[in-house]
Ligand binder design. Structure first.
Ligand code: MRU
Length: 330
């Protein structure tokens, strides 16, 4: 299975598959300025925890390439890294990748060496991501059985990473083994990452997909149709609490009640050794327009306020197992 070209370094710029336009259009945008990449991350042109981290690592290369080669060089690059870090607060991959690039920047002697070393590291992140997705796929598929009916939420696929994804890497591996009879995909309100992105990816790979409104998932689980739930993570705290796309907690509650295994698939780059539990994870809140508009149509009265958290936290005792590239944590 070949990975989707979600992000690639091409001729000195970062080429992103514009995820806002899928599934209608496969269009690429090139970022050669840090401001362009900052906007791309904020607007979800590129999204998903591992992909955001790797994109920001390439952002550090762009910052070094575009900064003047004089005494202001380290400060200019560092200010660009601050801007990249301030794009989205929840996915820890962003902060881990930027921290690594800051260390490299401090060590480098001069602009040329900085560009070279930062690019090497960004390429390494990309390659490691592909490798770890294959490993997570194998470990996760070993937990499943032939004829599995699976349920997933948001997009934890190749579009969210530089590889095959996390939860979807497991589904791809299980599908290669001939074990997947159906994948239910939550549409994932309000930005529809499930309906637009996961359904697109799975259809492209020939996996049978059925999309459902998020609100239908609890009764589907209760019906006994689903054998396992597989989701990704934006951040895993030290105690195993998991932040992921809003609606994940609802699924975990319903899965627990229905006694359906609830698996979180996440590379170690999504584990945060500095956050003890889910209470310490900053949850991003997004703008009114995401709820106010349905396509071009306005569906909210002007005087109604909105509550639009992009993520929620699922306590570790509701997670059957965490599937990583090094093995399974129960
Ligand atoms: O707001 P998004 O689309 O960036 O949210 C993405 C998710 O919540 C994914 O489930 C998560 O990043 C895991 S991706 C492998």
């Amino acid at each position: 299975m070949e990975p989707i070209p979600t992000l690639r370094w091409v001729d000195g710029s970062l080429r992103l598959l514009d995820q806002r336009l899928l599934p209608d259009e496969e269009r690429y945008v090139d970022c050669s300025r840090v401001e362009e990449l900052v906007r791309a991350i904020k607007t979800l042109t590129v999204r998903g925890a591992p992909a955001i981290g790797i994109a920001a690592a390439y952002g550090a290369v762009i910052a070094a390439m575009t900064a003047d080669d004089d005494g202001s060089f380290p400060d200019r690059v560092s200010a660009d890294l601050d801007a990249l870090e301030s794009t989205r607060p929840t996915a820890v991959n962003l902060f881990i990748c930027i921290r690594r690039q800051r260390e490299i920047l401090q060590r480098a002697e001069g602009k040329d060496e900085a560009v070279e070393l930062l690019l090497e590291q960004a390429n390494r992140f990309l390659e490691e991501d592909l490798e770890s997705s294959r490993a997570m796929g194998r470990f996760g598929a070993d937990l499943l059985e032939p004829d599995s009916v699976l349920l997933t939420h948001c997009n934890a696929g190749g579009l969210a990473t530089a590889g095959l994804g996390t939860a979807l890497a497991v589904i791809y591996e299980a599908s290669d083994r001939g074990w997947v009879s159906q994948v239910y995909v939550d549409e994932t309100r309000p930005l529809l990452q499930g309906a637009r992105l996961t359904a697109w990816e799975l259809c492209r790979a020939g996996v049978p997909v059925r999309v459902l409104p998020d609100s239908a998932a609890p009764s589907l689980l209760r019906s006994g149709t689903v054998d396992a739930v597989l989701v990704g993570a934006d951040r895993v705290a030290v105690n195993g609490d998991v932040a992921n796309k809003i609606g994940t907690y609802t699924l975990a509650l319903a899965a627990m009640k229905a006694e359906v295994p609830f698996y979180v698939v996440a590379p170690l780059s999504s584990f945060d050794p500095e956050t003890q539990d889910g209470g310490g994870i900053e949850i991003e809140h997004r703008g009114r327009e995401e709820l106010e508009l349905l396509g071009d149509r306005k569906v909210l009265p002007d005087r109604a306020e909105v509550y639009n958290p992009a993520f929620d936290v699922t306590p570790s005792d509701m997670v059957t197992a965490l599937i990583t590239e090094r093995g399974i944590l129960k």
